[in-house]
Design a protein around this ligand. Structure first.
Ligand code: NAD
Length: 350
């Protein structure tokens, strides 16, 4: 495993490795950029096949957080951490505490939050070892109905972004009767589907987990479709809210939607797929811009949580996407490329 010559190293400021034999912790923290402020990003626990796979993941994810924070208008940078291990078998209070001490050792350069394989209760335990933990709802946040789970804010942000994309791509202000395919009805997808239903959209849904689909059919009047059919449906909007890399060589020629706007991370299998969507006249809402509601919410989970302030900030996701769509049209370049350039203009100050 090489670090200094790693293809994903980019301009990372810091990569820290730690092992704690007494708890079995093996973890990496990557801090990509702190020009705008401390780095913030989730702690992922995953049973990686190799140390190299873990390093690649943490480097990619932490870089992505810098871009996400910059376009979300937050005074912070990007970082991420990974714990090597199976969260179902290897996660113990001692291991989580040891991770808290590792985070603490960086003195605030990196603020940890939950991610796949870690939870809000894990973050509470880490907070007994370090104050550098985000995503813990304080009393004011709890009174506003926020629990520390970023999914409701993410879903609201995606809904706002989807409306901006529909306006830019289809020239419509009103979602009534709009046909939307929602892939994945988990924490974010199920809430997005509810917002869309309340706005009058007609839903087509799929999920690996049948009860989630049955609920959407029963409560939202959604039409259930097969997992293999969702990307190819004759709809207005495709909202990927499950896996990454679903915009690829196999799915791209099948897509009939004119707008793609969903929560999933890393939707483009490769950057060239952003160009291919642009060439086909499909308006793509860049994933890290539209799904930034969670980190916006975490940002405000300090001492003075005010839901109205958070909601006003979430509304800016729509404005930012509008600016990206407009510049993409003006410069004839894909939206994903424009988003990257705009983020770099913010965090590199050029
Ligand atoms: P989740 O695990 O709660 O939900 C994902 C859902 O997708 C599950 O119900 C799962 O059964 C389903 N699924 C998995 N594979 C599928 C497939 N092949 N076809 C259809 N459904 C499938 O996750 P989530 O928190 O809702 O996040 C969804 C996506 O949004 C992820 O890509 C996540 O990284 C991204 N995201 C989430 C947040 C957040 O705040 N939770 C923030 C930013 C980005």
């Amino acid at each position: 495993m090489s670090v200094f010559t790693h293809p994903e190293l980019d301009a990372h400021e810091l990569v820290a490795f730690h092992s704690d034999p007494s708890s079995g912790l093996r973890a990496i923290i990557a801090v990509h950029n702190t020009r705008l402020g401390h780095s913030l990003g989730g702690c992922r626990m995953w049973n990686y096949e190799s140390e190299d796979e873990a390093l690649t993941d943490v480097l990619r994810l932490s870089r992505g957080m810098t871009y996400k924070a910059a376009l979300a208008g937050l005074p912070q940078g990007g970082g991420k951490s990974v714990i090597l291990g199976d969260p179902r078998k290897d996660k113990t209070p001692a291991l989580i505490r040891a991770m808290g001490r590792f985070v603490n050792s960086l003195g605030g350069k990196y603020i940890v939050a939950e991610d796949s394989g870690t939870s809000v209760p894990d973050m509470r335990l880490m907070a007994e070892e370090t104050r550098y933990v985000g995503g813990l709802a304080d009393a004011a946040a709890q009174a506003a109905g926020r629990s520390g789970d970023p999914s409701p804010a993410t879903a609201l942000g995606v809904f706002i972004g989807l409306k901006a994309a529909v306006k830019a791509g289809l020239g419509r202000d009103d979602l009534s009767g709009l046909r939307v395919a929602v892939q994945g009805l988990g924490n974010v997808g199920s809430r997005l589907a509810r917002h869309l239903h309340e706005a009058g959209a007609k839903l087509f849904v799929t999920d690996l987990y049948p009860p989630a689909v049955e609920r959407a059919v029963k409560e939202l009047g959604a039409t259930a479709v097969g997992m293999g059919e969702i990307a190819a449906l004759d709809v207005d909007v495709y909202a990927p809210c499950a896996l990454g890399a679903i915009l690829n060589d196999a799915t791209l020629p099948l897509i009939k939607a004119r707008v793609i706007a969903g929560a999933a991370n890393n939707q483009l299998a490769q950057p060239r797929h952003g160009q291919a969507l642009f060439d086909r006249g499909i308006l793509y809402a860049p994933d890290y811009v539209i799904n930034a509601g969670g980190i916006i919410d975490i940002h405000y989970e300090g001492a003075h949580y005010d839901a109205a302030v958070v909601d006003a900030h979430l509304a800016r996701i729509g404005t930012t996407l509008g600016a990206i769509f407009e510049r993409s049209r003006r410069e004839s370049r894909p939206t994903a490329e424009i988003a990257d350039r705009m983020a770099e203009e913010v965090f590199l100050g050029r």
